[in-house]
Design a protein around this ligand. Structure first.
Ligand code: ATP
Length: 443
C-alpha cells in the first residue's frame, strides 16, 4: 500500500517518537524549533550510519585519513572563510502578520502565503551562532559555533601533512557538528539549527582537479545508491551559472525526492585553492605543499563532498518506511532499512515468558550474539506485538526460541521483509548472521 506523500513526513515523525528513534529536543518545555535528540534506537542507527560512511570512505581507503576538530575555533577562521560577512539568508517580512520568510523557499511569491499581506524589501541576516571565549569582562573574545564542519580540515591540513605519511592526492575526512541559526527550520531533520555533516576534502594537484572531481561525484552517488531502496529517488542536480561560486568550475548536488520535492542531500564542490589561499592570507602561514618526488611547491586544489548526516538519515527513513496490507486486513508498518543501519541486527524472543527453559535458552543466545552485534531481547508476552515493534524499528531478523528448540536445538528466524520463517541450529546463528551481514556490505 503506498502512503500519501503528504502524510509521509508526519508518519515518520510519529514513528520516531513512538519507537524511541528521534524526539523533539526540550519537549517538556514546549520544544525549540530546529533541535532534535536521538533516542535509544535512533542513536544506534545514527552511529551505524556514520560507521558505514567511515568504513567506505576512510578505513578501507589508503588515501583518506580522518580528523575530529572542535566546534569553536579562532574567530578569524570565519572572517577568512567569508562567513562573518556572507553567511546568511535574505528575508522578507509580512507587513500585516509580521511572519518572516526566505524568498527562495516560498518560490519568491509576491504576497505572504499565510495572510496574503504585502512584504517588506528583503534584508540579509547572518546565521552564524555567536558565543564568547573567556569569563572575565573585558577579556572575553567573541567567537562562533562553526557554521560548517569543513573549516577545521583546512586548519589542520599542514599538521596532517607533517605528521602522517600522506601524499597528494589524499583526503581528510571528518564527521562533526555544525550550527546554523536557520531562519526557517523545517521538515523535521531536513533543516535544523544543530546538525552533523560528513565531509571529505580531497587535496589534488591543480592539473588533476577535473579527474578527481568526477571521481568523487560518482563515488558518492554510488554509495547512496547502494544503501537506498528506491534508486530513482536519487539524482544529480547541476548548479546553474547564477549559483556557481566564483572559484568553482562546476558544482553538483545529490538530491533526494522528498515528500515536498527534490531536496539537497549532499554537495560535491569544486573549491579550487580558495580555502587554503584564504587561510594563508589571514593567518600569515605558508600552506603550500612540497611534492617529495618532483619538488614542486604548490597550493593544492580541493574537491569537497559535504553531506548532512541527519538529513540523509531522515531521507533513508523516508525511503525505508512502508505500510503493507496483510491478508488479515491489518496494516503492517515496517522500516525496510538497510540491516547495516538498523539499530538491532536481530531480536531474540522466548515464545512464552512463563516457561523458564525457553527464557533461559533465549538468554543464552542473547549472551552469545550480543558480544558481537547489537541484539534486542524481549520476553514480554504477545509475540504479535513483539514482531510489530521490531518491524517498526527495522530489525531485519527475529529469532524465536520455542518448544521445538527444546527438542532439536533450532530456532525460528523470521525475515522482516518477507515475514518468512526458517529454522537454524542454535550454534549456527552467529555464523549465519555474520554471513548475511557481510554479504550485504559486499553487494
Ligand atoms: P541548503 O541549501 O539546504 O541550506 P547548503 O547548500 O547551505 O544547504 P552546505 O553548506 O553545502 O548546504 O552543507 C552540506 C550539507 O549539510 C547539505 O547538503 C545538507 O545535507 C547539510 N545541511 C546544511 N544545512 C543543514 C541544516 N540546516 N539542517 C540539516 N542539514 C543541513
Amino acid at each position: 500500500m503506498s502512503t500519501n506523500q503528504n502524510d509521509l513526513t508526519a508518519n515518520i515523525v510519529s514513528l520516531c517518537k513512538r519507537r524511541g528513534i528521534i524526539f523533539q529536543n526540550s519537549e517538556i518545555y514546549g520544544g525549540v524549533q530546529g533541535f532534535y535528540d536521538y533516542g535509544p534506537i535512533g542513536s544506534i542507527m545514527k552511529k551505524n550510519w556514520k560507521d558505514l560512511w567511515i568504513r567506505s570512505n576512510v578505513t578501507t581507503r589508503p588515501d583518506v585519513v580522518m580528523i575530529d576538530g572542535t566546534i569553536i575555533t579562532h574567530p578569524r577562521v570565519w572572517e577568512a572563510s567569508g562567513h562573518v560577512k556572507n553567511f546568511g539568508d535574505e528575508l522578507v517580512e509580512c507587513k500585516s502578520c509580521h511572519k518572516r520568510f526566505r524568498p527562495d523557499l516560498i518560490d519568491n511569491a509576491p504576497k505572504c502565503p499565510e495572510c496574503g499581506g504585502e512584504f517588506t524589501t528583503p534584508r540579509k541576516y547572518n546565521i552564524l551562532f555567536h558565543t564568547e571565549i573567556g569569563v572575565i569582562e573585558g577579556e572575553k573574545m567573541a567567537a562562533y559555533l562553526r557554521g560548517e564542519a569543513c573549516q577545521t580540515i583546512y586548519l589542520d591540513f599542514k599538521n596532517v601533512v607533517n605528521s602522517c605519511r600522506v601524499k597528494i592526492p589524499f583526503g581528510i575526512a571528518q564527521i562533526g557538528k555544525a550550527f546554523r541559526n536557520e531562519i526557517t527550520p523545517k521538515n523535521f531533520l531536513y533543516r535544523t539549527r544543530e546538525f552533523e555533516q560528513w565531509d571529505i576534502q580531497y587535496f589534488t594537484h591543480p592539473s588533476e582537479m577535473d579527474k578527481w572531481y568526477e571521481y568523487w561525484k560518482q563515488d558518492r552517488m554510488d554509495w547512496y545508491l547502494k544503501l537506498f531502496n528506491k534508486k530513482d529517488s536519487l539524482r544529480f542536480r547541476a548548479h546553474g551559472d547564477d549559483e556557481l561560486i566564483f572559484y568553482a568550475k562546476k558544482a553538483f548536488d545529490i538530491e533526494y525526492n522528498a515528500p515536498w520535492g527534490w531536496a539537497e542531500m549532499e554537495g560535491i564542490h569544486w573549491r579550487s585553492d580558495y580555502d587554503l589561499t584564504q587561510h594563508s592570507k589571514f593567518s600569515g602561514q605558508d600552506l603550500t605543499y612540497l611534492d617529495p618526488v618532483t619538488h614542486e611547491k604548490y597550493l593544492p586544489h580541493i574537491v569537497e563532498t559535504s553531506g548532512g548526516v541527519d538529513r540523509s538519515l531522515f531521507f533513508l527513513l523516508l525511503d525505508a518506511y512502508q505500510e503493507e496490507k496483510l491478508e488479515s486486513g491489518d496494516i503492517r508498518t515496517v522500516l525496510k532499512i538497510n540491516p547495516l543501519v538498523s539499530a538491532y541486527k536481530v531480536a531474540i524472543f522466548p515464545l512464552a515468558s512463563n516457561k523458564p527453559e525457553l527464557v533461559s535458552k533465549a538468554q543464552d543466545l542473547w549472551k552469545t550474539l550480543s558480544k558481537k552485534y547489537s541484539v534486542d531481547f524481549d520476553d514480554s508476552s504477545n509475540i504479535g506485538k513483539k514482531y510489530r515493534r521490531q518491524d517498526e524499528i527495522g530489525t531485519p531478523w527475529c529469532a524465536v526460541v520455542d518448544f521445538q528448540t527444546l527438542e532439536d536445538n533450532t530456532v525460528s528466524i523470521r525475515n522482516r521483509d518477507t515475514m518468512i520463517q526458517s529454522r537454524i541450529k542454535l550454534d549456527e546463528v552467529d555464523k549465519w548472521l555474520s554471513t548475511q551481514l557481510n554479504s550485504i556490505y559486499e553487494k
